[in-house]
Design a protein around this ligand. Structure first.
Ligand SMILES: [Zn+2]
Length: 271
């Protein structure tokens, strides 16, 4: 396996992974989506809610706010020794919301949540939760816990995680007349016209739509679009809960754990 980083920031990464099979690429995608734990609000104690939103809708909106996650300091609730319904300081973070619209209409934002741990806060202060009319008030306590995307989408660490085969674009210059129709129709601007010649300038951007092949006037078309099914362009985008490299690292760790467990089970069968 060989990995080349095409672009990377804290929130997103585009990689080329060579020498793996489609099932392995899909395993990494699925583990990143549904098994890497992150923090999200789970239990909420509502003391007062005179807003127009029902308690359940308010709770759902709070749950979907991505929270910055510290994987090293907190236990998964099922692995914590406290076994308490609302958790302990090792497996949950309490956030409080106490807002009232006094002067006029007020929008309540994620930034109004006050966390007991300054490291576990919403990734953005600007996520609107509800609008309050004058006199309306919300007072609640929210308990954030680690969880997994397979149990609820609010625990998904990625907002996008996908891969595609590396495209291969070939032009048979002996037969191409350089008309440029392919360059005009390509939605990803893969081709460029240089003088009388069509050149492939952005092969990686090709989305295999084959519009270029269909528009070509020569039969059979001198453009050939194919793909390499052992090389993937992997794109992963974090919700902001965890840095993107940590998500990939955790996904690989979980994969290894699953595999070890599987081997142990197999050994047990043989004995
Ligand atoms: Zn606990």
């Amino acid at each position: 396996m060989r990995v080349t980083i095409l672009e990377k920031s804290d929130l997103a990464a585009r990689l080329i992974i060579e020498g793996i099979s489609p099932p392995l690429a899909n395993t990494l995608r699925r583990i990143s989506l549904s098994e890497v734990p992150v923090m999200a609000i789970d239990d909420i104690v509502i003391y007062e809610n005179s807003s127009v939103l029902h308690d359940e809708i308010l709770a759902l909106r709070l749950g979907l706010i991505p929270l910055k996650t510290d994987l090293d300091s907190y236990n998964l609730p099922e692995k914590c020794t406290c076994k308490s319904e609302l958790g302990c300081s090792l497996c949950r973070v309490v956030l409080t919301l106490n807002v009232e619209a006094k002067g006029g209409v007020r929008t309540v934002y994620s930034g109004d949540l006050v966390s007991e741990n300054p490291n576990i806060v919403p990734v953005s202060d600007k996520i609107p939760i509800v609008k309050l009319a004058p006199g309306q008030r919300i007072m609640l306590e929210a308990y954030a816990k680690l969880g997994r995307g397979k149990d609820h989408a609010k625990w998904q660490p990625v907002s996008a995680c996908n891969y595609r085969y590396k495209p291969i674009v070939n032009i048979d210059y002996a037969r191409c007349d350089g008309c440029g129709k392919c360059a005009d129709i390509c939605p990803k601007r893969v081709f460029a016209k240089e003088g009388d010649k069509i050149v492939v300038v952005r092969e990686m951007d090709c989305i295999l739509c084959t519009d270029c092949v269909r528009v070509c006037g020569i039969k059979p078309p001198p453009i050939q679009i194919s793909w390499d099914d052992s090389t993937f362009i992997f794109y992963i985008e974090s919700t902001g809960s965890l840095p993107v490299d940590r998500i990939i690292f955790e996904a690989l760790k979980i994969y290894e754990e699953k595999f070890t467990e599987f081997m142990e089970l197999l050994k047990g069968l043989r004995e």
